[in-house]
Design a binder for this molecule. Structure first.
Ligand code: APR
Length: 254
């Protein structure tokens, strides 16, 4: 078992938690082979211009180009599997009284790893809606018979788009409201794999810290949240979290 004092403190806080929130970003999916956004060279925004791919205007301007980019990302996620970081987070839900995952990710890997209470702040690449946003909740099967790319809304015939939050768009009200309420009420916030620079999502750790929660940050690099965290565990989530879960189990076993 680890002897790292910060890891032991983090495990003690987690083992005692009654209302844990796990707040994640793209880094938690990195070891599943999914690219992050802002890492130098490998990040998506280091290779592509987000204003050409992740805005409503970009989609209206070049729907085929943006749709094909999401198809490419969709393929990468469909071929990926949850990694030990996702699995460890799902394991915490089985060990502790209340665990909610608030994620910025749209890849669905937390759910595939077995986490049951997952709030998707930025939507999901597996859900689709029409460009006006009037008709929502479509899945791939709803337009599998269409050859046209992008497909069209089965209800109104408008272009379909991924039900994700693009730059300049509001987050789903129910998701942000519930996430803020959980973070303002949690006793421990475990942050994994986010640069902490995109608001309002990045405000979650500040909400938790202001409410007196113990904030634990897991990242190979010092991110914008590390300064607000009581415990900064430096390392990849796929290595740190499984070790953390072992230490939590040891605590719970007394
Ligand atoms: N384990 C944990 N964290 C990691 C790992 C790893 N194996 N590898 C990299 N990281 C960290 C990086 O150090 C970085 O701090 O993950 C973080 C990823 O940061 P971003 O690429 O900025 O991703 P994220 O914080 O999720 O971005 C937020 O920005 O573009 C929008 O909608 C997009 O949801 C996204 C939002």
């Amino acid at each position: 078992m680890t002897q790292d004092p910060r890891m032991l403190s983090a495990a003690r806080a987690l083992a005692r938690s009654r209302r844990l929130v796990v707040f994640t970003g793209a880094g938690v999916s990195k070891e599943s082979g999914i690219a992050t956004f802002r890492e130098p060279e490998t990040g998506l925004w280091a290779q592509y211009d987000p204003m050409e791919l992740a805005t409503h205007e970009a989609y209206v301007r070049r729907p085929e180009f943006v749709w094909s980019w999401y198809e490419h990302r969709f393929g990468a996620v469909a071929a990926a599997s949850p990694n030990p970081a996702h699995t460890a987070i799902a394991e915490l839900e089985r060990l502790l009284p209340q665990v909610s995952v608030v994620t910025q990710n749209i890849d669905g890997l937390h759910q595939r790893a077995g986490s049951n209470d997952v709030i998707e702040l930025h939507g999901s690449m597996f859900r689709f809606k029409c460009l006006s946003g009037e008709h929502t909740g479509f899945v791939l099967d709803d337009f599998a018979d269409q050859d046209e790319k992008p497909p069209r809304c089965p209800q109104c015939g408008e272009l379909l788009r991924p039900d994700v939050v693009w730059f300049g768009e509001a987050l789903p009200a129910d998701a942000i409201d519930r996430a803020q309420a959980l973070c303002a009420d949690c006793d421990v916030l475990l942050v994994v794999g986010t640069s902490g620079v995109v608001y309002p999502a990045a405000a979650m750790p500040l909400l938790a810290a202001e409410a007196g929660a113990t904030v634990i940050d897991v990242n190979p690099e010092r991110d914008a949240i590390a300064a607000a965290a009581e415990l900064f565990l430096q390392g990849p989530g796929g290595e740190v979290l499984p070790e953390l879960v072992v230490a939590v189990r040891e605590h719970l076993a007394g």
